[in-house]
Design a protein around this ligand. Structure first.
Ligand SMILES: [Zn+2]
Length: 450
């Protein structure tokens, strides 16, 4: 057996890993899109490094776009098999893939208008809404902790890994040449004691582990007219839940709170449909309180007109809007409109690719380019790291705590910055893991089992 790493190799987006099982089976773990990699993003997303029609099965860890975003392109280019995931992942993926197609079509409309004027050839989106909808019939959903036989010699079990709603570690038992191989792909591991979700769960002993390694950042944050770029999924619900808790404790400032993202509204509705996936404390709250995501002053803005109206608002308010890295979506407009006023604060709540607008702002520049226009940065740029959906060193080590490291023949670190991965690798070796490998993009590695 071999594994090839076609994304999230020494970076954190574009997660795609292929297991090559003898004689000739290919299983794709995640089908993520690269995001926020600057000019390289388009090339990275158009070159697979493999042939989609040759893949036999696809298994998805969770519904973040950097883990599912290229599914429509995969199907468009000939993949015909099933796509295995948890029920909540399928529900969320349907919303997010349509949204991703829309974002691409909107962004290109703008770019192509300019290219058209300059008589340059127009760009095509990676896929359309129609291509996204063609993925839906292929979803085959499997609940957590159920053994599922994909085919003879290939067994799958999802375990909860507490990252976002529906997120799972993929645990496989594979028969090759009469021998059993146990392989686990972590997907993204969440934090222990997440506000809403359950903690990551123990998983069966593995011979090989593919482990994500993104970490949360530093802490800080406060005051003013507040723009919060937040991922529609997970982060937005956590913020709403936190504000709901503050209201219960009579500590919620009397302001207007806007959730300005149609996607976030849809996802919050979906999250409300899966209360069984919440941790026990939140389940307990639900028995006393009907809606844990609502509070006084909360307003949802769906239409573009209402979103634009927020620009004229003079009073302090809080605007929660997608996307989290401020690369796309309405939040980009809010930042452009508010960044040059020192009374305002832009508060980041999670990891941002260094080249994304969020990543650039986190470096505290004096001037920033948004929509090819320059803006003077006067607003305070802040971040809260405690909200990271990614486990830190301690969380990842705790997640691995259920394993006997001597039995793990090799551990592959993916989905992280190379420097952080090197430090983490040393730490894992000290913990008794014998072989820790940090694969490169499009690298294929044999597992040395014959
Ligand atoms: Zn994720």
């Amino acid at each position: 057996m071999q594994i090839s790493f076609h994304g999230a190799a020494r970076t954190v987006t574009g997660s795609k890993h292929i297991l090559h099982i003898k004689p000739d089976k290919k299983i794709l773990l995640d089908c993520g899109m690269f995001q926020g990699m600057g000019k390289d993003t388009t090339t990275l997303n158009s070159e697979w490094g493999f042939v989609p029609a040759e893949i036999d099965h696809v298994i998805i860890s969770h519904a973040h776009i950097d883990h599912i975003g290229l599914l429509p392109k995969l199907v468009k280019e000939g993949y015909k098999g099933k796509i295995f995931c948890t029920p909540a992942t399928a529900s969320l993926a349907k919303i997010l893939l349509i949204d991703s197609a829309k974002i691409q079509e909107d962004d290109l409309r703008y770019v192509n208008k300019h290219r058209g004027m300059e008589n340059k050839p127009l760009y095509e989106p990676l896929y359309t809404e129609e291509d996204a909808a063609a993925v839906f019939p292929l979803f085959e959903t499997i609940p957590y902790n159920e053994h599922y036989k994909i085919e003879n010699g290939l067994d799958l079990m999802f375990t909860d890994c507490g990252h976002i709603l529906g997120s799972a570690a993929i645990n496989l038992k594979i028969k090759e040449n009469g021998k059993d191989i146990r392989l686990t792909f972590s997907g993204d591991v969440g934090r222990y004691h997440n506000m809403i979700l359950r903690s990551p769960q123990a998983f069966p002993q593995a011979d090989f582990i593919i482990l994500e390694s993104t970490y949360g950042n530093r802490l800080h944050g406060k005051k003013g007219k507040l723009i919060i770029p937040a991922f529609s999924m997970g982060r937005t619900q956590e913020l709403l839940f936190m504000l709901n808790r503050l209201e219960m404790e009579n500590r919620l400032p009397d302001l207007d709170y806007y959730v300005d993202s149609p996607l976030s509204i849809k996802i919050t509705e979906t999250v409300k449909k899966y209360p069984g996936y919440y941790n026990s404390e939140v389940q307990h709250l639900l028995s006393k309180e009907e809606d844990i995501f609502s509070f006084k002053g909360l307003k949802y803005t769906e239409s573009v007109e209402d979103s634009i109206k927020l620009n004229d608002k003079e009073e302090p308010c809080v605007i929660i809007s997608a996307s989290g890295m401020a690369e796309a979506g309405r939040v980009k407009h809010h930042i452009a409109n508010n960044i040059s006023d020192r009374r305002n604060t832009i508060l980041f709540t999670g990891y941002c690719e260094p080249l994304s607008l969020g990543g650039r702002l986190k470096n505290h520049p004096d001037v920033v380019k948004i929509f090819s226009k320059e803006f003077v940065v006067k607003a305070e740029i802040a971040e809260i790291a405690t909200l990271s959906a990614h486990g830190d060193y301690e969380d990842l080590c705790q997640w691995l705590g259920c394993q006997d490291p001597r039995q793990v023949r090799e551990l592959f670190l993916v989905h992280g910055d190379y420097e952080a991965q090197q430090a983490f690798s040393e730490r894992l070796i000290r913990k008794g893991f014998r072989n820790v490998t940090i694969p490169n993009l499009h690298q294929t590695i044999g597992l040395g089992i014959e």
